[in-house]
Ligand binder design. Structure first.
Ligand SMILES: NC(=O)c1ccc[n+]([C@@H]2O[C@H](COP(=O)([O-])OP(=O)(O)OC[C@H]3O[C@@H](n4cnc5c(N)ncnc54)[C@H](O)[C@@H]3O)[C@@H](O)[C@H]2O)c1
Length: 299
């Protein structure tokens, strides 16, 4: 008996990297898998049906069940179509795992509108396009699991990726909203924040990454577990996966609070800010060696 026997799972970005590992892992656990992949380069160009077809062949050669979907999920029509395919081909939908992604890196002051839109559309909108039709089905069935993909580039920030950081943090907000909205129907939403060696990360110099990355196969068991009924009580979580290490991240909450009976003025805030509120230091400032506060300007 596999953990996902009888389940139907859509995996976007399922043809390469982490998505490929998740597709193969869910199929090995018994699921029928819709391998959704537009087959584009890391920057989102030159679509091909080859990656999705190759993963379907690999699953079938191991005795599993899969179907390819090679259109983009960055449009509402694409999201509707991939959910329709799961329902027509396999008759149901239990899990959606959104691994599709592209990168267009640039500092904020140089980024074009097109670079911004392309990345936000594939990552953030590319979750909504699939989750909307998926939640309609899951709400009726009163069960199901959505898994988004975030990143420490969103959770902690990344200086050369304003579009990607914003989309990845946006996915966390979408996940929390969806987890709250769908709780009463027994439908769950969580996000995975992975760190794995794929074509997306291999171009980042090891020095900048600060660590040697593990293969993407380590992420697959976490996705398969979260989709399964063994995780039926788990929702609203950020799960970080790196190699053999799995971590659950905290929920944002107030750190320190200040109250003033007469209300605040800018001057009153200036008086008490450092003592009563202070700052929660950006974790990546020190890791990236960014000096803050800046060295005092020369006289
Ligand atoms: N690799 C890491 O360490 C890492 C770290 C943090 C977050 N992530 C996230 O994990 C996910 C998977 O990343 P990866 O490293 O496997 O990248 P990858 O480049 O290997 O795979 C991404 C896949 O998404 C597909 N894709 C792109 N646009 C699409 C679209 N419009 N419709 C359908 N498919 C599309 C691509 O064809 C590709 O197969 C991404 O969301 C990424 O942002 C990865």
């Amino acid at each position: 008996m596999g953990l996902l026997d009888g389940k139907v799972v859509v995996v976007t970005g399922g043809g390469t990297g982490i998505g490929r590992a998740v597709s193969l892992g869910c199929a090995a656990a018994g699921a029928s898998v819709v391998v959704s992949d537009y087959g584009v380069s890391v920057d989102g160009r030159h679509p091909s049906s080859e990656p999705a077809n190759a993963v379907v062949k690999e699953i079938e050669s191991r005795g599993g069940r899969a179907v390819a979907f090679a259109e983009s999920i960055a449009t509402m029509a694409g999201g509707e179509a991939v959910v329709d395919l799961a329902l027509t081909k396999f008759g149901d939908l239990h899990g959606v795992v959104c691994c599709a992604g592209i990168l267009r890196e640039r500092m904020i002051f140089n980024m074009s509108e097109e670079e911004w839109d392309a990345v936000v559309q594939v990552h953030l909108k590319g979750h909504f396009t699939v989750w909307r039709p998926a939640t309609r089905h899951m709400r009726e069935k009163r069960r199901g699991c959505l898994i988004g993909f975030t990143s420490t580039a969103g959770l902690e920030g990344s200086p050369g990726q304003p579009n990607y950081s914003a989309a990845k943090e946006g996915i966390v907000g979408l996940m929390r909203s969806t987890a709250l909205a769908m709780a009463k129907y027994g439908v769950r939403a969580n996000v995975i924040s992975p760190e794995a060696l794929t074509r997306m990360t291999e171009r980042v110099p090891e020095q900048r990454r600060g660590q040697i990355l593990a293969p993407p196969e380590g992420v697959a068991p976490v996705a398969a577990f979260l989709v399964s009924d063994r995780a039926a009580h788990i929702t609203g979580q950020i799960v970080h996966v790196r190699g053999n290490q799995v971590a659950v991240w905290s929920q944002p909450a107030p750190l320190r609070t200040a109250t003033r009976a007469d209300g605040w003025t800018p001057d009153a805030l200036a008086e008490v800010w450092d003592d009563q509120l202070g700052q929660d230091r950006l974790r990546r400032l020190d890791r990236l060696g960014i000096p803050w506060p800046p060295p005092a300007a020369a006289p």
